[in-house]
Structures are given as C-alpha cells and as structure tokens.
Design a protein around this ligand. Structure first.
Ligand SMILES: [Zn+2]
Length: 298
C-alpha cells in the first residue's frame, strides 16, 4: 500500500469547531461526529433476534453505574466495548462532553473508524466519482495529467480507512489514496484530491517520485505547489469563480505552513527547523510556479 511517509499531514485541515466540544483535543475537531450511528436500528434477522432482545432488555433495565464499568475494563476505564446501544451512548456522551480520557478518545475514534469503514468508503467513493465528473479543478488537473500520459481514475484513486491521522497520499506506483474516515464532505475530498493531483502532475512532468530518498528540496517544491494550487488555501477556488489571479498574504502564510508540516513529516527530515529552511530555500521559484494553471493566463 501507500507508504505512510508519502501521506499528507492532517494538522493543516480546517477545524470544525463546535462550541460545546471545545474540551476535545484539537486533532479531533475535524472528525465527523457520526452521532446518528448510535441510533442504528437493532438487527432484525432471526439469527440476531436473541442478541437484539438482550440489548433491548439492557437498555430498558436499570443501567449499570459508571463505576461498575470502570471496574470491569481496567486498561481503558472510560471506553466501553461498543457491543450495546447503552455502551455506545455512554461512549458518545463522555466523548461529547469532554470527560473521556485521551486514551479513551483514541479508542473511540478507532472503534468508530472500523465500524463505519464501509459507510465512510462508499461516501468517499461517491464524492470522488462526482468530482471526477463535475469539479472544475479536478477535471482540469486530470486533463493535464492525461496530456502528459498519466491516467487517474476510479481504479487508482482509492478510498481507505486510515489510522495515521492523515488525509491522503500520492504514490507514483499505486496512485492516490483518500482517507475516507477523515473526509466527510465533498469539499474536503476535493481539496485533498486536487492536492494529490498536483503531486501526480509533478511526478509526470518533473519526475519527482516523493519516495523516501527523494531530495527534500524537490519534496518541498511539490508541497508548496500542491498547497498553493489545490483548493486548500482557497486560491484555485477564487480563480474558477472570478477568473482573478490574486495572491493574498493569507495564501502565502497558509501554503508555507502546510508545506513545512508536510516536509517535516518526511523520514529524511530532522524536524521543523530544517523543514522551514528547505521550504524557504525553494520558496520563490516554487510559489511562483503555477503550472499547469499559468498556461491559462498567458
Ligand atoms: Zn502533499
């Protein structure tokens, strides 16, 4: 599969802040809450009738106190196995009120990711198919990649459940991966897909492999271009809406921050300081390089 080190950092994603969930750590703000999954109907087939009845009994009988549950699961006292509606509700309640420990929260999301993997991937795939047909930026990028002899379609743009907390990735051999459990809306899928498509374009045009041994300056250049040209910092969206080529201060800061995060996560990078130096060293030429978009203006 796709190497973890090729996958984009998620820290740059815009948080969806819901005031009463403020006590959750920042990295979880962008997760879909999926509360509706708590209310999934009970199984109705005869095989699962027995367990359904017992769950219903449990739900209507007096619930066990929290302290009993704490005693029964010593390792992660506040995350309960999601085997019953009551447990799922308790997990969700603690999560939503910010009273769950950090270890419990990690388990909460891992559990949600595995239970909803199929739903997440199907939703991601339908967004992907829609974008390949109708999104201006995705179509423009895939046309330009096709001109260079590359093909990106349903077969090599894959939706997966990711456990690395990252949003997506490009691999020269396997194509593009979208992390379905992090991308609930079509706009998020569009941003990540167009970002990875810039990497694919760079691979076709400038032969950047983005492998673990790749020159960090080449990586930094591709990351600057990918953040600049994808919708992440809202530049390309402006372009398609107004046909105006306006680069704001916000755009520069946004692109630089994202590029530094992505470069600092490379295995060959020593950390943020080195990442900043490398990004600065290639900044002027790479930020100004808007291919394939510049062909439109000239
Ligand atoms: Zn990238």
């Amino acid at each position: 599969m796709v190497n973890a080190d090729l996958i984009e950092a998620s820290q740059g994603s815009k948080p969806q802040i819901q005031p009463h969930f403020r006590s959750r750590p920042a990295y979880q703000y962008s997760r879909p809450m999926r509360p509706h999954l708590l209310y999934r109907p009970f199984p109705t087939s005869s095989a699962s009738q027995a367990s359904a009845t017992s769950i219903q009994q449990q739900a209507t009988s007096r619930p066990p106190s929290i302290s009993q549950n704490v005693a029964s699961t010593k390792e992660t006292p506040d995350f309960l196995p999601s085997t019953s509606t009551y447990n799922r509700f308790l997990n969700f309640y603690r999560m939503a009120t910010g009273s769950m420990s950090e270890a419990g929260q990690k388990q909460y999301w891992a559990d949600a990711d595995s239970r909803y993997s199929k739903i997440d991937c199907e939703r991601c795939e339908s967004h992907r198919d829609y974008l390949l047909k109708y999104s201006p930026i995705v179509r423009y990028m895939s046309d330009n990649i096709a001109k260079l002899g590359g093909v990106l379609d349903q077969n090599n743009i894959r939706c997966r459940t990711c456990s690395t907390g990252q949003l997506g990735g490009f691999d020269a051999k396997y194509g593009i991966m979208l992390c379905a459990n992090w991308l609930d809306t079509r706009n998020k899928v569009e941003d990540v897909l167009s970002h990875e498509m810039v990497h694919a374009y760079d691979h076709m045009r400038f032969d950047t492999s983005l492998g673990p041994d790749e020159d960090l300056r080449k990586v930094a250049c591709s990351e600057i271009r990918a953040s600049n040209l994808s919708g992440e910092c809202r530049w390309a969206n402006e372009f398609f809406r107004n046909k105006v080529f306006k680069i704001s201060r916000h755009q520069e800061e946004c692109v630089k921050r994202r590029a530094v995060i992505s470069v600092s996560m490379r295995p060959s990078c020593d950390g943020k300081d080195q990442a900043e130096k490398v990004v600065d060293s290639v900044w002027d030429s790479c930020f100004a390089d808007t291919r394939p978009f510049d062909e439109v203006f000239r």
